[in-house]
Design a binder for this molecule. Structure first.
Ligand SMILES: [Zn+2]
Length: 365
């Protein structure tokens, strides 16, 4: 049972890193030829990739007949080694390809203090992130409790609070809450834009997804693929939300961008808080992003040139399907169990045994 869980966890993480690699490569390739995913296809693709990673262990079981028996990373490495491609002793190489199995064993039996230390640190970090999530939930709860209702739109309650500087949305079990800063109430236009923006997030399911990622985060915090995917999803949800609103004729682009800027300006003056479990109008910290161009700047530029920004490839189905199959193949290749006694494996273990004998002989002389 424990061993199955440890195996599952490791496999999911490997699969996530693999899909991340596919995503980065395909994105880079596309940008090289002057294209990119349309934002909607990219969002779908990333969510599908994460789903693929979660189901990877099942996928490997179901799909084991799809690839030839030797198409797994261990057998490929072994035949590469026997072909002279790696300069390493056979015994070292054997322990390298057995590394994953050894890691699972070590995690289950916890013999060495290094493993204990690593597990301890991991558990401490997990505890920290769970506690932070709890603190976030408590602070959201207290903001909602101390706010006053403005209006109710179906399952959505719009409230005002004097404790926030940036409008955001969160959800309860059944209902959603759009929280507006009190300072914004005087400005009818800004209010209208910010509420419409947050309603669009709710319609698009962004708040629920934010909950999912926030809850999964403590388990996956150390996996760079998870954080990068999440970061990208956050940028995409804003771009998609802006695009959906600006495509309605009722919204004036200039006013929309001014609202974005003024909210970001208010936020820059206050301490950025960690906003798990909520979807804000403007992301904290992100208005000073990498390489000179912030994503706020990007959002505004994108909003302004929306009609001309058509160089995105609407991959439709075929391109997405190709990318998905590529990722699935890679997962199969990485996770498929090697046949323990293939011809090449026997050869490798023979060489390793001979090496061992030789070293015993030379030390006894
Ligand atoms: Zn937003």
């Amino acid at each position: 049972m424990v061993s199955a869980l440890v195996n599952y966890y490791i496999d999911v993480n490997i699969a996530l890193l693999a899909t991340f690699g596919v995503w980065i490569t395909v994105r880079f390739g596309l940008s090289r030829i002057g294209y990119r995913f349309s934002f909607q296809s990219e969002q779908n693709l990333i969510i599908a990739f994460i789903g693929l990673a979660v189901l990877a262990p099942v996928l490997v079981r179901v799909g084991s007949g799809l690839l030839p028996a030797h198409a797994n990373v261990t057998d490929l490495l072994v035949s590469w080694y026997l072909g002279g491609g790696v300069d390493m002793s056979a015994r070292q190489f054997q322990s390298l390809i057995g590394a994953k199995g050894a890691a699972v064993d070590e995690l289950i039996h916890r013999d060495s203090w290094v493993t204990l230390l690593g597990l301890g640190l991991g558990a401490a970090a997990f505890g920290f992130f769970v506690a932070r999530l709890g603190a976030n939930a408590v602070s959201l709860h207290s903001i909602l409790n101390n706010s006053f209702p403005l209006k109710k739109l179906g399952r959505v309650q719009v409230v005002a609070s004097d404790r926030v500087e940036v409008p955001f949305t969160t959800r309860g079990w059944r209902s959603f809450y759009v929280v507006m800063p009190v300072a914004m109430i005087g400005d009818a236009w800004k209010m209208r834009i910010a509420i419409a923006h947050e309603m669009q997030h709710i319609r698009h399911g962004d708040v629920t997804w934010e909950y999912v990622w926030s809850l999964v985060h403590p388990l996956m915090f150390w996996n760079p693929a998870f954080s990068m995917f999440r970061k990208r999803l956050n940028v995409l949800r804003e771009l998609l939300c802006d695009a959906a609103l600006l495509s309605r004729q009722t919204f004036n682009k200039r006013r929309y961008c001014e609202t974005l800027l003024s909210v970001a300006k208010n936020m820059a003056q206050t301490k950025a808080r960690n906003n798990a479990l909520a979807v804000p109008f403007v992301e904290p910290k992100r208005h000073l992003a990498r390489r000179g161009q912030s994503s706020l700047e990007y959002r505004i530029l994108y909003a302004l040139e929306l009609p001309s920004a058509r160089k995105s490839l609407r991959f439709g189905h075929i391109g997405l399907m190709l990318t998905m199959s590529l990722a699935a193949m890679l997962i199969l290749l990485l996770l498929q169990q090697p046949s323990e006694w293939s011809h090449d494996r026997i050869m490798l273990s023979t060489i390793a045994n001979l090496e061992h004998l030789e070293s015993l002989n030379s030390s006894s002389k």
